[in-house]
Design a protein around this ligand. Sequence first.
Ligand code: SF4
Ligand code: SF4
Ligand code: FES
Length: 251
Amino acid sequence: MSRILTFNIFRYNPQDPGTPPRMDRFMLDETDRMTLFIALNRIREEQDPSLMFDFCCRAGICGACGMVINGRPGLACHTKTKDLPETITLMPLPAFKLVGDLSVDTGTWFREMYQKVESWVHTSKEFDPAALEERMDNGLAEEIYELERCIECGCCVAACGTALIRPDFLGAVGLNRIARFILDPRDERTDKEYFEIVGNDQGIFGCMGLLGCEDVCPKGLPLQDQLGMLRRKMAFTALKSLVGKHKHAHK
Ligand code: SF4
Ligand code: SF4
Ligand code: FES
């Protein structure tokens, strides 16, 4: 027998600050292979056309549908109702600007993070359109590709205690981005230059290492390995510069 699901959904429209935030309740009969994408669309079509939420791809690719599902950040399009209890509570992802109800603006956060980590290959080589493609070792290219699979859903940021209290924290996703450029032989940045970006409390030293980020990443990115690598590398760079200063002072 099919279940009757109860949805408790956060409602607030920042454009209408006179109406305080509230939780709205909707009931829906569960259908075969129902996802939260299907459920939310049915609620909007059949019960409340003003409900705001985001979806683009419905296939776990665009990252638009991140929300907090019964207390845990995840992708709504990839979440089947059969894996959830009868009562489902949906909240918008924290740490991002609320657009309305379940819809948040992750784009501004990600753009600022990419600017902070200077998310492009830094090279002094002039671009020569006639030059042959530079070969990269297959294994290394795959390692880099593995870290490129992020879909910018924001779940790791929403699950991170540091990101929730420090809006300037780069988050596991920003630190993962830096790890990707450290791996890339075309990026000519030195350890010291990387240290200037991530060797502080906005970066790797703000991370408490509890790994909420990796637990919720829907793409299974190896965030833990990258955080560990950066922590070791940045601690080593700090130590080297301390030893350098100490030697200098005793000359
Ligand atoms: S391990 Fe670091 S980045 Fe990941 S959730 Fe914890 S504090 Fe945030
Ligand atoms: S690292 Fe994972 S959880 Fe974080 S934004 Fe990328 S895909 Fe989403
Ligand atoms: S709608 Fe694109 S990831 Fe869910």
